[in-house]
Design a protein around this ligand. Structure first.
Ligand SMILES: NC(=O)CC[C@H](N)C(=O)O
Length: 332
């Protein structure tokens, strides 16, 4: 009999490890169960792989930040460098799962699978989605075809690419979607079928290294709405000495004229200003109503505001040159 793959499951918390007061719903608390307890609900996972559990945090992912991201990326790099580790599965709250996935997509330097999963229903709820999601995440991590596809998210029988996936619904178990391209693949009866590869640079081709980094550049996000009040938020970030700013704009990254003035002030102070969109799909393009070359802004392309923030944070660890950063937004 051939040796089973070795998968490390890293726990971070979230609803998948959450406990509700009642099995039929209602209030609950995230991050109550450790990896071993999760595994005890689905012993069949051990038929797929030899599993080692590792707990790096126990939080609701609304509290996720660089204090967890940096050690998590280092831990993944460390583990995957070992010949006897075939992949990593990370259990995570769903609120910021897409951000952690994209951060790792750009900072883990291995072709081996890194698969994030979570749940919308607490572990002790009826029809909890966590056990099947965890089982399918491990099935994806042991699948040889997952190698080289970058960091993935597995939920609801579906494999999503870290760059594309977003939480689209506040409560439904089919919350994860990739509005522009759809999933990378599907899972049926433990077998994973892929349809496509991510095209942009990631993992082994990434130039971003978290090595000894203790913190990330400070980037604020400002949300567009009818009226120009967000100019106040832009100026608050300028005064706080932030390194950059993402504008979650209207449609193709448009901004109210008063907010545009404040964004130009940010550029004049040396901040990098990226235009993204509050729309759910489509790219923020350079050739729209805004001429970025006139303002010194950068367009985020298909990255939503919170993923554009991560790419800008990492870009600023390598360069402060606006044109270089513009090229980074075209490459990743
Ligand atoms: N469904 C969830 O995982 C959301 C729970 C929690 N807010 C988290 O993201 O960790």
């Amino acid at each position: 009999m051939s040796k089973k793959p070795h998968i490390v499951i890293i726990g971070t918390g979230g609803t998948i490890a959450g406990a509700a007061a009642s099995e039929t719903g209602g209030a609950y608390t995230s991050a109550k169960m450790g990896v071993d307890e999760l595994l005890s609900v689905i012993p069949e996972i051990r038929d797929l792989a030899d599993i080692t559990g590792d707990q790096i945090a126990s939080i609701g992912s609304q509290d996720m930040d660089e204090a967890v991201w940096l050690p998590l990326a280092r831990r993944c790099n460390e583990l995957l460098a070992h010949d006897d580790v075939d992949g990593v599965v990370i259990t995570h709250g769903t609120d910021t799962m897409e951000e952690t996935a994209f951060f790792l997509h750009l900072t883990v330097h291995s072709p081996k699978p890194v698969v994030l999963t979570g749940a919308m229903r607490p572990a002790n709820a009826h029809s909890a989605d966590g056990p099947m999601n965890l089982f399918e995440a491990v099935a994806t991590a042991v699948c040889p075809e997952t190698i080289g596809r970058g960091v993935t998210v597995v939920t609801n029988d579906t494999v999503w690419g870290a760059r594309d996936v977003t939480k689209s619904c506040t409560t439904a178990i089919h919350t994860f979607q990739a509005p522009n391209f759809g999933p990378l693949g599907h899972i049926h009866a433990q077998s994973v079928e892929f349809q496509r590869m991510p095209q942009r640079k990631h993992t082994v081709d990434s130039e971003f290294h978290v090595g000894q980094l203790e913190k990330l550049p400070r980037i604020g996000i400002v949300y567009a709405h009818a009226g120009g009040d967000s100019a106040l938020a832009v100026r608050a970030f300028i005064e706080a000495g932030y390194d950059g700013l993402i504008h979650a704009g209207f449609g193709n990254g448009n901004f109210h004229k008063d907010v545009g003035v404040a964004m130009e002030e940010a550029v004049a102070k040396g901040m990098i200003v990226v235009r993204s969109s509050r729309a759910l799909s489509g790219a923020t393009t350079e050739a729209g109503e805004v001429d970025d070359s006139k303002y010194g802004f950068i367009a985020s392309g298909l990255l939503n505001p919170h993923k554009a923030r991560i790419l800008l944070q990492l870009a600023l660890t390598t360069t402060r040159n606006r044109e270089d950063i513009r090229q980074i937004f075209k490459a990743y």
